[in-house]
Design a binder for this molecule. Structure first.
Ligand code: OAD
Length: 256
């Protein structure tokens, strides 16, 4: 597996340069260089648990304090991290293309902090909480005490993220489907491509004629079917890709 080189990146930039509609799907790998552990990487275990063991409705019903401890520790850690060059490059891509739809599996909010707008969050957002009984929903970048309760009805609050076994938010899924249907190219960045339905999205886009590019430090089940691969850290590759695009058509993307 060879690391992506400048020639490969420039070739891709030339291909993307004329396109109107590009979609990008990101996963935990894009936040890795900010210091956020990935789920399936070496540092992916939390107190010996895999995410699939704590991020479930069953785990919350069994031991909400444990699940809240997991999310509060993640919140604590996320308060200290900043977007990295890959997040900022994504925001520049959004300004470059007429349509640039950003779909993320991440709940960390780092794309938004880097200046990306209209992010399609497939798995919710860690800074959102919602009541388990009434419709109350709140958003705030802070760490919560223990098991937080709803100020309206007194019921337990839960993290506003999608857990394993739960359906994805309908609006996010619909917006993602529209993005996949219209994109001419799809960039799949920093995801192991094993969690559905995100794992199938590049395949759907490819069937509609999109050119699929994978950016990852390693191999995934997607690697063999992608039309192109850029192997290496997203924080290095993405800024180079943006630079190459902007030098191909210097007047595009800078007007905003
Ligand atoms: P994973 O932890 O499964 O995969 C991270 C991917 O990023 C791997 O393929 C790594 O090789 C790659 N990677 C790591 N560092 C990178 C870097 N600097 N540049 C580029 N690639 C890098 O994370 P996801 O695929 O996002 O779901 O996981 C999908 C879902 O599973 C998550 O959203 C979460 C999890 O359990 C829920 O919580 C519902």
């Amino acid at each position: 597996m060879l690391a992506a080189n400048r020639t490969q990146i420039e070739q891709l930039a030339r291909r993307l340069a004329g396109m109107r509609s590009v979609c990008c799907l990101t996963g935990a790998g894009i936040s890795a260089e900010s210091g956020v552990p990935t789920f399936r990487g070496a540092d992916g275990l939390w107190r010996g648990h895999r995410a699939e063991q704590v991020a479930t409705p069953e785990a919350f019903a069994r031991d909400s304090a444990l699940v809240w401890a997991f999310y509060n520790e993640r919140r604590q850690r996320l308060l200290k991290v900043k977007p990295n060059p890959a997040h900022f490059a994504c925001a520049r891509l959004q300004r470059y293309f007429e349509h640039f739809d950003l779909i993320t599996q991440n709940v960390d909010g780092l794309h938004q902090l880097a200046g990306c707008a209209d992010v399609i969050e497939l798995h919710g957002n860690i800074w959102t909480v919602r009541c388990t009984e009434c419709a109350r929903q709140m958003h705030g970048r802070c760490v919560l005490d223990g098991d937080p309760v709803c100020t309206d009805c007194g019921a337990l609050l839960r993290p506003g993220v999608v857990w394993f076994g739960e359906p994805l938010p309908t609006s996010a899924l619909q917006r993602a489907q529209q993005a996949l249907a219209r994109c001419q190219a799809m960039l799949v960045v920093g995801t192991s491509s094993v969690v559905q339905p995100a794992a199938s999205m590049a395949g759907w886009a490819q069937q509609q004629g999109a050119f699929v590019v994978e950016v990852n430090i390693g191999n995934t089940p997607q690697s063999d079917t992608a039309d192109a691969r850029l192997v290496g850290p997203a924080g290095v590759i993405f800024p180079q890709l943006v630079e190459a695009l902007e030098s191909t058509q210097p007047n595009r993307g800078r007007q905003h």
